[in-house]
Ligand binder design. Structure first.
Ligand code: SF4
Ligand code: SF4
Length: 336
């Protein structure tokens, strides 16, 4: 506690509260509403990008549209007829600047994100991750477990809801989400107005039909059967973030403050909140952790806002390893 010269308590600023001496980011606000807002905003962006001509490839004109402009190599007419050294240099420079460099920049986004923020993108922005979480939620409400196939040790307790309500919601989701996703994402390759015209007249070209059906089937099978297994083992963007986040000395990671391990009530709310099946109390790097903060929220709730988890940049844990704490609090985790 700090006092001013008159002896009055000086409240610490939010930044002072949030950053501990070790630079760890302590979060006492509930993260879930912010995460849901970020996911919704990113889904909206993905759906609207072709409509607003922010990014799409027009397969009819074979042009890439970027921020309303046609993205071309910028080569002047008749460039191929110029066989001089300066002509070749001109082509090489344009090719590098307008084709290779943009691709390198695009491809470096996920490694860079991983290096700085670990798998934060997966937990906070990825539309597929949000879809899988929605599928988990509906399965929990209908079957009382996250997976369609079997109950897992970290499934939250009884969460079943009204079967008629959640059954209807599930059927609507199974039909409408893949269909709307298929229509919207096909807009990345076929002009959205063309798709709308075909929808209104109920007559589709083979390309549009294939796009809508293909994306719909992909979304349906992914969200019903595969879910987070895809995030862990298949998604290239996720794997790049994992790899660079793993080796990075500065990337954002989830950390448990072992100096307060005695306050743990062994409620396992942190484990039950984790849809990636991580055991956050192990305090070890886990390639599956998407930095979603659900365990932070769960522990904050259990311990009245002073939970044991926080974000940390870089060094994972300076505290004692859980298995060496010998506290009853980690009994469940280590079978003691
Ligand atoms: S360990 Fe925590 S932050 Fe990581 S994925 Fe699980 S709930 Fe999210
Ligand atoms: S770390 Fe927090 S949420 Fe997890 S078991 Fe202990 S008190 Fe419960």
């Amino acid at each position: 506690m700090r006092f001013d010269e008159r002896g009055t308590v000086v409240r610490r600023t939010y930044a002072e509260e949030a950053l501990t001496d070790t630079g760890a980011l302590v979060v006492s606000a509930r993260l879930l509403p912010y995460r849901r807002f970020a996911q919704a905003a990113f889904i909206l962006l993905i759906l609207l990008m072709p409509v607003l001509n922010i990014l799409r490839y027009d397969s009819a004109s074979r042009e890439l549209i970027l921020f309303g402009q046609v993205w071309s190599l910028g080569l002047k007419q008749g460039f191929y007829a110029d066989h001089t050294v300066s002509g070749a240099g001109y082509i090489a420079v344009h090719f590098f600047l307008r084709a290779i460099l943009p691709w390198v920049l695009v491809l470096s986004v996920f490694p860079l994100l991983g290096f700085l923020t670990g798998r934060l993108f997966c937990g906070w922005l990825c539309p597929e991750g949000a879809l899988f979480e929605w599928a988990d939620y509906l399965t929990l409400k209908l079957l009382g477990r996250r997976s369609l196939f079997r109950r897992k040790a970290n499934d939250p307790g009884e969460m079943k809801g009204n079967p008629v309500f959640y059954g209807t919601l599930a059927v609507l989701s199974i039909v409408l989400i893949p269909l709307c996703g298929g229509i919207a994402l096909t807009g990345y390759f076929v002009a959205p107005e063309t798709i709308w015209n075909q929808l209104i007249h109920g007559s589709f070209t083979p390309g549009v039909r294939a796009g809508i059906i293909g994306v719909s089937i992909y979304m349906l099978t992914g969200s019903v059967f595969v879910r987070h297994t895809f995030c862990k083992f298949v998604c290239a963007a996720g794997l790049m973030q994992t790899l660079f986040g793993w080796v990075s000395p500065v990337s954002l990671r989830l950390r448990m403050g072992f100096e307060r391990i005695g306050e743990c009530t062994d409620c396992r709310a942190c484990e039950k909140a984790c849809f990636m099946n991580v055991l956050p109390r192990k305090n070890k790097r886990d390639i599956s952790c998407v930095n979603c903060g659900a365990c932070i929220d769960a522990c904050n709730k259990e311990l009245g806002g002073r939970g044991l988890f926080h974000y940390s940049a870089g060094e994972y844990s300076r505290g004692a390893p859980a298995e060496k704490c010998g506290r009853p609090a980690v009994k469940t985790l280590y079978g003691g």
